[in-house]
Structure formats: C-alpha cells, structure tokens
Design a protein around this ligand. Structure first.
Ligand code: IMP
Ligand code: MG
Length: 192
C-alpha cells in the first residue's frame, strides 16, 4: 500500500483534517426543529412561500421545510454575488427568477449565510416591488461582523457565528464541501 492510498483510506471528505467542526449534525437538527416550530406558530393562517436562494440554501431549505407543519409552497431564485474574488461587490444579477408570482403571499426568503448583507439587500429590493403581503428573512448563519448594511434585519437565524469562513450544510469553498452534514471552519484556506 502506498503512502497516498493509506491516506485515502484513513481520511474521508467528512473527516478532512483541514476542517474543524463548528456545529455538528445534531446541533443543526435541534436548532432547525426550534426554528420550524417558531415559523409554524408565526405563519398560522398565512399563505407561506419559502424562497430558497440557490445554491447555498438547498440543505437548510430541505430541512427547514420539513420542520414547518403548515400548508405552504416553495420556490427558488439564483443570484450571483461575490463578483470580485471573495469580496461581495453588491452587484446582484438574477440568474434564475422565481417560477411563480408572489403577489399576496407571505414570503420567507431562505438564505445560507448573511455576511456583508449586500446580496440580500438587493434581493429584498427586487422582491419588495412584487406585491407580497409580507417578506421576511430566515438565514441559517449570521456573520454580523462584516455586515455593511447594518439595517438588514434577520427574522429567523440558525446560529450567529464569528468572522470565519465556514463550509458544509450547503455552504461551499470554490464549489466544494456543500455535502458536509456539519458546519466546519476551514483551518487553512490555501489547502481547501
Ligand atoms: P453577502 O452579500 O456578503 O452577505 O454574501 C452572502 C453570500 O456569500 C452567501 O449567500 C454565501 O454564498 C457567501 N458567503 C459568505 N460568507 C461565507 C462563508 O463563510 N462560507 C461560504 N460562503 C459564504
Ligand atoms: Mg448564498
């Protein structure tokens, strides 16, 4: 057995030593269940549509909707952010728009993480002109330190985190790690 193939058998993507676990799958499950109960109570009698922002929110969306015990629908949008390397420029381009109108609906935008908040600010501007009855925001993670739009309020937050680059549970580094069942901090981004 070569050194390289031994390394492959010892380490898997989920046990990658370049990651340290910030929130385990159990931590996440508990928190989503709390958020689901809260959203269920708040939207009783409403006309709820969850709007997932692709791709990062896909895992959160899948878990969150199964924790909401109400009649509801889902839709997705895809917007481009991070046009300038890893720094958000605030220029948001709609790559995929909603499939259905939101007029009269109670929209809950579902995001993976709010960082500077610029992407969400633009997105909420765009959705705000479409006649929804209400628009609120659920973000799995909130990283308040780099926030540029201090006015942006998050109605439902999974976890508030320090100013670290995190991956897993839908979040990626250059497209990788979205499949991790936990949230991890990349210890050495150069090796990611
Ligand atoms: P904002 O416009 O700076 O708030 O950008 C938010 C978007 O940046 C998120 O939806 C993510 O796609 C991405 N992002 C911000 N921080 C992280 C992180 O720590 N890990 C992975 N993606 C991140
Ligand atoms: Mg995103």
């Amino acid at each position: 057995m070569t050194a390289e193939s031994m390394k492959e058998t010892a380490e898997t993507e989920f046990t990658n030593p370049n990651l340290s676990v910030l929130f385990s799958a159990d931590d996440i499950e508990k928190r989503i269940s709390e958020l689901g109960s809260q959203i269920t109570a708040d939207y009783k009698g409403g006309d709820l549509v969850l709007v997932g922002v692709l791709k990062g929110s896909c895992v959160f969306m899948a878990d969150l909707m199964r924790a909401i015990d109400l009649p509801m629908t889902i839709d997705f949008m895809s917007v481009s952010s991070y046009k300038d390397g890893t720094v958000s420029t605030g220029d948001v381009e709609i790559l995929k728009d909603l499939s259905n109108p939101i007029r009269g609906k109670d929209v809950l935008v579902v995001e993976d993480i709010i960082d500077t908040g610029l992407t969400l600010t633009r997105l909420l501007d765009i959705l705000g002109s479409r006649g929804a009855r209400s628009i609120k925001l659920a973000s799995f993670l909130d990283k308040p330190e780099p926030r540029i739009n201090k006015e942006l309020s998050v109605d439902y937050t999974g976890f508030v985190i320090p100013n670290e680059f995190v991956v897993g549970y839908g979040l990626d580094a250059a497209g990788r790690y979205r499949n991790l069942p936990f949230i991890g901090i990349v210890k050495n981004p150069a090796e990611a």
